[in-house]
Ligand binder design. Structure first.
Ligand SMILES: Nc1ncnc2c1ncn2[C@@H]1O[C@H](COP(=O)(O)OP(=O)(O)OP(=O)(O)O)[C@@H](O)[C@H]1O
Ligand SMILES: [Mg+2]
Length: 644
């Protein structure tokens, strides 16, 4: 059992506590909830009730039926570096409990008013202990049930600055629900109840059927589209649920990783999972999964950061290779038989290339061979259905979304513009003169861009780029990036001048989110309305979209609003409301824009696009910082052909 055995142990001072990651872990009400519930789990509780008042700011109460605390140890439990779970840092090599720092109760008691009632099985009486702002207030014997009942009141009452930094009530409640959701997923045999202002939010009775837990938290659609899997060897056990590609989301918020019973976030495991799903889901979408890893405690280090959410794996490169290989096999096994048209081909990322190379070098490994064989059989089927793929590919082309902004200087995009003489003799470049002779055929951009010849027909490459002929070279216009820039500046202007016009949907669209996302989405609803999206809660995890902005594309696509909300939520660190609004505007502009895969066969459309782009304040980059156009110098190309 990763959690405590429930056998009461005495609390001691951790001898070499300086080796344990130190730092403040109580940032918000949800951190208190996490620490208290983890203590209950370590105490072997089978029933844990969490009562929240006023989003955790007034009261956080956790009642468990665990082993309780020895009355003689209660005061000591609130001291620094005291724990019943480890005696010294070496014990971390054999850790089976969630707690090990001996710090949580001490930290919480310093910034709140606590009342704790606890009783052990072998005691006749329990103890009621009060501590406020780190000062003991009272201790008295009382009659009570076995277990621990702790009330944390008035969090941050004596640290007003930290109180001020709390987010809105709904966001704070969203974090609490999120924490409990993860713990419910990790411990299905524990009966968890979460109640807020007397309203039950989560009630998840103990069950042996994991599907029941998923159903309660994510709903029917998710349960029906998950596939269970397991892998075991001498070093590790991996099991969990892999989501069908149709469950992929634009954020990683719904996926969970548990290592030795602890919910953690690991970029390494995320990378392995995303590599395993490559080719099954669209670019910028993330697979849905619930993954459990059971490793020898000596091979995994949770003592990196005081929140224990960050982990380090021993021999992480080897571990990543192995995990990727296993997950790839499992994903191929489970989804390899899907129809070809649901596959989305996409370019290899550098990281995949690297992993691919590593995997290739292990020819002798059976597992790898199986994975490769399965992969090639997938590719074979793709070929059989070639014609179908060509037709379908227009629709299934990955969308170009919003990659990370990066800084590109203008001369990197149009190097031909800088320091180069524009008059070239006929001898040097006869074709140049021919072009100049056709000066009247240039697209007018008032010198915002270099000159492009008006195209007779569109030359669309890879259904994304347009080729434009210039004087000294040619240009590739990224039509999505260009259109996104135009739309971004337009929605921004409209928003500032007169607000965004709405269009009412004839048939309102419903969408569902997970239990842990509900509060966050509710919080966003009034903000979205300012941008033309009227979204209301229908109770439970269901929302309804009544209006969308005028000109909005794909207005019948319910996943968009859900994805938009989740994308904003997952950014999470917006410091100002302006930044949050800007994210909504950017995502709205992105969704209004021509997508990769849309065929544009009218040259007029391209000319209009370029002219509109030229009118933008920043025509050279899309709103996410990518260039709208790239320049290819004929001289460079001639060099490549060894013509010069
Ligand atoms: N609900 C509970 N039931 C039984 N014992 C508890 C409970 N809560 C706390 N304790 C006892 O109090 C001790 C101190 O708890 P605290 O949460 O401060 O430290 P910890 O759990 O040992 O480590 P960490 O700081 O990593 O959480 C625990 O080691 C445990 O013995
Ligand atoms: Mg603890």
């Amino acid at each position: 059992m990763p959690n405590g055995t429930g056998e009461p142990k005495r609390i001691r001072f951790i001898r070499d506590h300086e080796k344990i990651a130190a730092g403040e872990v109580i940032e918000r009400p949800a951190s208190v909830v996490k620490e208290l519930v983890e203590n209950s789990i370590d105490a072997g509780a089978t029933e844990i009730t969490i009562i929240i008042k006023n989003y955790g700011k007034e009261l956080i109460q956790v009642i468990d039926n665990g082993c309780g605390i020895n009355p003689d140890d209660v005061e000591f439990a609130f001291a620094e570096h005291t724990s019943s779970k480890i005696e010294c840092a070496d014990d971390l090599n054999n850790l089976y409990t969630l707690g090990f720092r001996g710090e949580a109760l001490h930290s919480i008691s310093a910034i709140s008013k606590i009342e704790l009632i606890t009783k052990q099985n072998n005691s006749d009486m329990g103890l009621k202990f009060k501590i406020e702002g780190g000062e003991n207030v009272s201790a008295e014997h009382v009659g009570c049930l076995v277990g621990t009942n702790i009330k944390v009141k008035d969090l941050f009452y004596n640290t007003p600055v930290r109180y001020k930094f709390l987010k809105t009530d709904r966001v704070e409640m969203g974090h609490i629900t999120d924490i409990i959701t993860r713990l419910v997923l990790a411990y299905p045999k524990i009966h968890f109840k979460l109640v807020h202002n007397d309203i039950p939010i989560i009630n998840s009775p103990s069950t042996d059927r994991y599907q029941n837990v998923i159903f309660d938290l994510y709903g029917k659609k998710v349960v029906k589209n998950l596939i269970e899997f397991e892998y075991k060897d001498n070093e590790m056990k991996i099991w969990g649920y892999l989501g069908d590609p149709s469950l992929s989301r634009s954020t990683t918020l719904s996926s969970s990783l548990f290592v030795n019973g602890r919910y953690v976030v690991s970029p390494l495991v995320k990378n392995a999972m995303e590599t395993a799903y490559k080719g099954y889901i669209m670019v910028k979408k993330h697979p849905f999964y619930i993954l459990f890893l059971k490793l020898n405690p000596s091979t995994v280090d949770f003592n990196i950061h005081p929140t224990k959410k960050v982990i380090r794996f021993e021999n992480s490169t080897e571990f990543l290779k192995k995990l990727t290989r296993i997950l790839k096999i499992k994903v191929n096994e489970k989804f390899g038989k899907l129809k070809t048209e649901s596959r989305i081909k996409e370019p290899n990322s550098i990281s995949e290339y690297k992993i691919g190379k590593i995997l290739e070098s292990e020819d002798d490994n059976k597992l790898q061979k199986v994975a490769e064989r399965q992969k090639s059989s997938v590719e074979d089927t793709t070929n059989v259905d070639k014609h179908d793929m060509i037709v379908k590919s227009k629709k299934s082309k990955p969308e170009i979304g919003a990659p990370k902004a990066f800084d590109i200087k203008l001369d990197q995009i149009y190097p031909g513009l800088n320091g180069r003489s524009k008059t070239i003799s006929e001898k040097e470049n006869p074709s140049k003169l021919r072009n100049l002779a056709r000066q009247s055929n240039w697209i007018e951009t008032h010198d915002v861009f270099p000159k492009f010849r008006i195209p007779n027909q569109t030359s669309q490459l890879n259904q994304v780029y347009f080729v434009l002929e210039g004087i000294d070279g040619f240009y590739l216009l990224d039509m999505h990036a260009a259109h996104e820039r135009i739309n971004y500046e337009r929605v921004l202007r409209n928003f500032k001048d007169r607000g965004i016009k709405k269009q009412t949907l004839l048939i309102p669209i419903k969408f569902d989110v997970s239990v842990n996302e509900v509060e966050f989405v509710k919080e966003l609803c009034p903000k979205l309305s300012k941008f033309g999206f009227e979204v209301d809660s229908l109770g439970g995890s269901t929302f309804i979209i009544r209006t969308v902005p005028a000109n909005f594309k794909k207005s019948s696509d319910p996943t968009f609003i859900r994805d938009l909300c989740l994308e904003i939520i997952s950014k999470g660190k917006q410091t100002s409301i302006e930044e949050e609004y800007d994210s909504i505007l950017k995502l709205t502009a992105c969704r209004m824009s021509i997508k990769a895969g849309e065929e544009i066969d009218n040259p007029e459309t391209v000319i209009k696009l370029i002219q509109d782009l030229a009118k933008c304040k920043n025509p050279h980059h899309c709103c996410h910082g990518r260039p709208t156009m790239l320049y290819f110098d004929y001289k460079e190309i001639e060099k490549m052909f060894h013509r010069t």
